[in-house]
Every structure is written in structure tokens, then in C-alpha cells.
Design a binder for this molecule. Structure first.
Ligand code: SD4
Length: 329
């Protein structure tokens, strides 16, 4: 059967998949439009609290947003990092792509740009994010999933900061305990970033991401999601890929770029996805994350690490009702 057009995105964010599918298949919109519409759906639904406003408060309680969008036909890109007080991050990223010669805008100046092109400034705090922030402060700046009988992890303190090398990680806990415990942070009920790739019926590829990043991050922290080739990548000659997980680690390896380059050389998507996270695992065995990859023929695959199972969503002429796929790690 026909494999194109195709929509694929991280996690069982099926409403986002359906929105993008409707855009590309029924409304005959472009792949870039479909990615924006799909990611917008997650932003307005606030998928799992980890996309859009009102989630993942930083050390001062503020939610900031990261997003990117990429056109694999023209290689045009727009992205925003640590966007403040503006809800539709993917659309601001789109505006960076459409209205400027720049690629990535950050922080308050990204907000100023967004206002200039007509977006509304608004508080991104929700009752939930305010409560999460309060709990965290009341818990000596430790995530509330951290057990009382466990030595606090100084990596997630709210300062003052000191060199990481001074921290005795061995004393804190064994690696496999960290792995197990952190594995419960990102799991089937608590997903993260939406990363999406859409390919139209002529083989034009677009990709995008949107997220509110990491709980209790240091203000100013930008994750992998708006970084080109890390959060996602699109190339009409290879395909598209998008990543989710520990962005501070993943962005050191540009996994989405790597997967797309491998597919460009003829490597199958599932192999390209696995290869793209291999070097991450080599240096950071406790890393948690996943990647989806799709080539220009509409063949797709995924790979993950330290998740019991990674679920992602697909729609194509072969699976028009949006199918949730399960990848074991
Ligand atoms: C980040 N990659 O900001 C995002 C968050 C995420 O699964 O995807 N977590 O690091």
C-alpha cells in the first residue's frame, strides 16, 4: 500500500498525530504546516504537562518553552529557546523561520520578537506548575519523587553551584539505582517532548519539536529540542528524525542529524535510530531517551534506552486511524 503521506511523532500523543494527519491528508496542507498544526495540538492540550504552558517550572517557578520547525525541502529552520510568557512556541519558531533570516532566538528577546509579530504575552504558570515548584522548594530543592531515605542528589539543587567534579556521585547512589529511579520519571504515563516528522505525498520532509523542557532547570537552560540536528532534523534526501529524553546529554551527539545522514546513505530507519543513540549510551549508560526515524519512502523505525517501552504514533494511508507503536529498548 501507499506509505505516503506520513505523520510520525514521539509518545502516544495521538491527538497531535491526528491533527497533523488531517492537515496533510484531508486539507492538503504542506508538511511544514502539518508539523506546526500537530505540535500546536500538543501545546494547547498541554500533552502530559510536558508540552506547552503550565508545566516543568524552573528553579524560580517559571515555565519556559523550547521549539523548532524545519523544512527539509529548503533546509529553512526556525527555533526558540527558553521562550518566556508566550504560549504557542512552535508558531513562534515558525515565525522565526518565515519572518527572519535567523535560525534560533532565545529568552526575553525571543519574547520581544514574538510580540512584535503579533503573539500575546501571557503568564505560563498553571496551578499544577505552581504546586510543583512549591513542593520542590519545600523539599529542599529535591524532586518530590526522590525518596526520603536517599541522600539528596546535589545535581538538582537550587544552588549555590559548585564544580560537578567535587560531587561524590558514588556516595550518593549506585548507577543502576539512579537508572531505575530515573526510569520512572520518563515512562508511559509521564512522557515528554513532542517531536514530529511529516512527509507529504511528493516526499517533502518537515520536522518539529515543542517542549517545556526539564523540571527545576536552572533559568536560561535550553534543551536539545530547539537545537537543529539534536531535537529534530529534516532532509528531503534522507528523511526525518526527532528525539526525546535527557536533552542535556542528547544534544552533545546530534542524534537526529546522525540518523538522517545514515538514512541518506541507505541505512534502514530502525538501524539508523539505533546507531544514533549508540554513542550516547557509550558515554552515558544511564541516559534515558528515544528517537524516531523515517526515510523518504515512508519506512520508519525507533530506538530507545532505559525505558521499559517507548511508544510513538504513526499515521499513513496504511494506518489512517493513527497507530501507536511500541519499541522495546
Ligand atoms: C529536554 N528533550 O528539554 C527535552 C525533554 C524531553 O523526555 O524530551 N524529555 O531535555
Amino acid at each position: 500500500g501507499d506509505k505516503l503521506p506520513l505523520v510520525i511523532n514521539t509518545w502516544p500523543f495521538t491527538n497531535a498525530t491526528a491533527a497533523a494527519w488531517n492537515a496533510i491528508f484531508n486539507l492538503k496542507k504542506s508538511a511544514v504546516d502539518a508539523v506546526e498544526i500537530g505540535c500546536m495540538k500538543c501545546e494547547t492540550d498541554r500533552c502530559d504537562g510536558s508540552v506547552g504552558w503550565g508545566g516543568s517550572p524552573d528553579e524560580q517557578g517559571e515555565t519556559t518553552l523550547d521549539a523548532m520547525i524545519m523544512d527539509g525541502r529548503t533546509r529553512d529552520v526556525g527555533a526558540v529557546g527558553a521562550l518566556r510568557r508566550i504560549k504557542p512556541a512552535i508558531s513562534v519558531a515558525r515565525a522565526v523561520m518565515e519572518f527572519t533570516t535567523h535560525t534560533l532566538l532565545a529568552g526575553d528577546q525571543a519574547t520581544a520578537f514574538a510580540k512584535e509579530v503579533g503573539f500575546n504575552e501571557t503568564d505560563l504558570t498553571s496551578n499544577i506548575s505552581a504546586q510543583m515548584f512549591k513542593d520542590w522548594r519545600n523539599n529542599n530543592c529535591q524532586p518530590n519523587y526522590w525518596q526520603d531515605n536517599v541522600t539528596p542528589d546535589p545535581r538538582r539543587s537550587c544552588g549555590p553551584y559548585r564544580p560537578i567534579k567535587d560531587v561524590d556521585f558514588n556516595r550518593i547512589r549506585q548507577d543502576d539505582v539512579v537508572k531505575k529511579e530515573r526510569g520512572e520519571i520518563i515512562n508511559d504515563r509521564n512522557h515528554d517532548t513532542i517531536g514530529m516528522v511529516v512527509i507529504d505525498s511528493s516526499g517533502n520532509v518537515a520536522s518539529g519539536t515543542s517542549t517545556n523542557g526539564l523540571n527545576h532547570k536552572i533559568p536560561g537552560r535550553v534543551g536539545d529540542s530547539p537545537i537543529i540536528g539534536a531535537g529534530s532534523y529534516a532532509d528531503n534526501d534522507g528523511g526525518g528524525a526527532a528525539a526525546t529524553g535527557d536533552g542535556d546529554i542528547m544534544m552533545r551527539f546530534l542524534p537526529s542529524f546522525y540518523a538522517v545522514m545514515l538514512m541518506k546513505m541507505g541505512v534502514a530507519p530502525s538501524v539508523a535510530a539505533a546507531e544514533a543513540i549508540k554513542p550516547i549510551i557509550k558515554y552515558y549508560p544511564n541516559f534515558i531517551g528515544a528517537i524516531i526515524a523515517v526515510n523518504v519512502r515512508g519506512e520508519f523505525g525507533a530506538a530507545c534506552h532505559n525505558l521499559a517501552v517507548f511508544k510513538y504514533s504513526v499515521a499513513s494511508p496504511e494506518m489512517p486511524n493513527v497507530t501507536v507503536m511500541s519499541q522495546t529498548c
